[in-house]
Design a protein around this ligand. Structure first.
Ligand code: PBG
Length: 330
């Protein structure tokens, strides 16, 4: 090869950090991060979660310990997951006025009003059988579950939630929630839909943390089959029609093609959830000394944004915020 004929040299734009920073195509910002947080019944509890090294289950009265750190890191949004002491067939504690998420919202909104509060809306942490809705025999009854999901969302908003995020995967739940909120005057409260949620083994550590593994069977009757791509577009389109404000794809890492498809096909912001199994894998590999934790987390998070998401839900939100400040990504 005659190198004098080589007009284009991609390395010219990689010569030093300044030029690399200038031509960077994906920018990662702290404003895009949401931190998932487990609130449980009880008092004075701040307990480590064995399956999620570095994460805590925390009672309402100790929420300040975590929210303080979140705010200090510069993360402005949290997503609450509720862990009730009492579970029953129909998940009463999901929509109880004094349920754990409802109390957490009242407590936190008063003390940390500068944060943005999102709630996961689902039944599985509240039902004795661990399924995401009410049962009819061995099956989750879609249409009987809808009013309970809508009621749960409303009770969260009444307790102060800024946004609700249904993760149950019942058909029609976005419309059911939208109508319930609107009828009660909450026309301006957005819905972040877990629109494209696959039945995934990557949720394992979360179910351990939440004690929400199904007592029998699995979630394949309502969560999506991971072999499918077109179905993701169908689910997203339905949620757009039903009034969703933000579309979420979950999990993130093994589904970046789906993130790209959803981002290309809809004019709504796209979020991705880097789930418990993704976190646990990186944590344990880092602990074993096999990978550089910060470098890998930064690379994985950037991949999600490069795929088209503009919002990332991650257990690494606080650390990522710090690494953004330190210029490890940006
Ligand atoms: C509730 C819910 C789950 C997750 C988020 N919301 C569990 C599930 O669907 O089984 C998983 C989150 C994670 O793994 O980090 N339905």
């Amino acid at each position: 090869m005659d190198v004098s004929q080589m007009l284009t040299r991609p390395r010219r734009l990689r010569g030093n950090p300044l030029i690399r920073g200038m031509v960077r195509e994906t920018r990662v910002s702290k404003a895009s991060l949401i931190y998932p947080l487990f609130v449980r019944d009880g008092e004075n509890i701040l307990e480590p979660i064995p399956s999620l090294d570095g994460q805590l289950r925390c009672s309402v009265d100790r929420l300040g310990d975590i929210l303080e750190d979140v705010a200090k890191a510069g993360v402005s949004s949290v997503m609450f997951f509720g862990l009730p002491d009492h579970k029953d067939e129909v998940g009463n504690q999901a929509y109880a006025e004094d349920g754990v998420v409802q109390r957490a919202l009242r407590w936190a909104k008063e003390r940390y009003p500068e944060l943005y509060y999102i709630t996961d809306v689902c039944m599985c942490e509240y039902t004795s059988h661990g399924h995401c809705g009410v049962l009819c025999g061995q099956k989750v009854d879609n249409d009987k579950t809808l009013p309970l999901i809508a009621k749960t969302a409303l009770s969260h908003v009444q307790a102060g939630a800024d946004m609700v995020a249904p993760s149950d995967m019942m058909d029609g739940r976005i419309l059911a929630i939208r109508q319930e909120l609107d009828q009660h005057g909450y026309i301006d409260t957005p819905i972040l839909s877990y629109a494209v949620k696959y039945a995934s083994a990557f949720y394992g550590p979360f179910r351990e943390a939440a004690g929400s593994a199904p007592a029998f069977g699995d979630r394949k009757g309502y969560q999506m089959d991971f072999h499918n791509r077109k179905e993701a577009l169908k689910e997203a389109a339905l949620d757009v029609q039903e009034g969703a404000d933000i579309l979420m794809v979950k999990p993130a890492m093994s589904y970046l093609d789906i993130v790209r498809e959803v981002a290309d096909n809809f004019n709504l912001p796209v979020a991705a959830y880097s789930v418990s199994g993704e976190y646990a894998m990186i944590k344990s590999a880092a602990k074993a000394g096999l990978i550089d934790e910060a470098a890998v987390v930064c690379e994985a998070a950037t991949g999600v944004f490069r795929a088209g998401a503009s919002i990332l839900l991650t257990y690494y939100a606080k650390e990522l915020a710090r690494w953004i400040d330190e210029g490890r990504i940006g």
